[in-house]
Write a protein that binds this ligand. Structure first.
Ligand code: MG
Length: 214
């Protein structure tokens, strides 16, 4: 399983040894996505037709080369009101915003939304979030939270690697699927229970999305 993330077979053992050196504290720590979890991108897609049909690298190229990143941020992130349900759960001590994309763009979004008082980290791709979560707990938190709660509109990799994270970090992972109704309210914040049909569908999605990008 780890082979998808790294070719170092001894890595899991290192994570396990490191995590057992840390103390476990009876708290929940939240790891929360940014795009379409705290702030919806639907209005951008409606107003910028080029974005509607492009994703990933193509999306980023359009933002930088056609729309100009700073203009794009000003228009779509400054003074934007976002729903508070998840946001009010986030504190500097007990949470991390973990977002994937081009760093300058994600950093600008976070600052424009006035979320830069919280901890945040930018990784290159969705899948990188799995290893980053492990490194973050081992070397930044430096303690093991009893529960780690994941808020994500695309939680499939976390669902697929739930067991890996739980084993490496000696913790319990609670994964929540988030669905926004534009930036007005949350349609859904639903826990993905182990063994549920929803979990199986998400694991399938993770396998397919990795096959299509590898
Ligand atoms: Mg997202």
């Amino acid at each position: 399983m780890m082979a998808h993330l790294t070719s170092n077979i001894g890595l899991v053992d290192s994570f396990i040894i490191e995590s057992r050196r840390l103390i476990k504290i009876d708290v929940s720590h939240i790891i929360c996505d940014l795009d379409d979890t705290l702030c919806s991108r639907r209005a951008q897609m409606r107003n910028e037709p080029l974005l509607k049909t492009n994703r990933g690298d193509a999306w980023n190229a359009i933002v930088f080369n056609e729309l100009w990143a700073h203009d794009f941020i000003l228009e779509h992130y400054e003074w934007i009101e976002i729903p508070q349900d998840i946001l009010t759960l986030l504190t500097k001590e007990d949470s991390l915003i973990l977002t994937a994309g081009i760093r300058i763009l994600q950093e600008l979004k976070i600052r424009s939304l006035n979320l830069d008082n919280l901890n945040s980290r930018v990784v290159a791709s969705w899948l990188d979030k799995i290893l980053e979560t492990i490194y973050y707990v081992l070397f930044d938190l430096k303690f093991i939270p009893e529960i780690i709660e994941i808020y994500e509109d695309r939680p499939h990799h976390f669902v697929r690697y739930r067991e890996l994270i739980e084993t490496c970090l000696w913790t319990k992972l609670k994964v929540l699927l988030v669905e926004m109704n534009w930036n007005q309210w949350y349609k859904k914040i639903e826990e993905i229970i182990s063994g549920s049909p929803l979990e199986r569908a998400q694991i399938q999605k993770s396998i397919l999305s990795q096959e299509s990008t590898s």
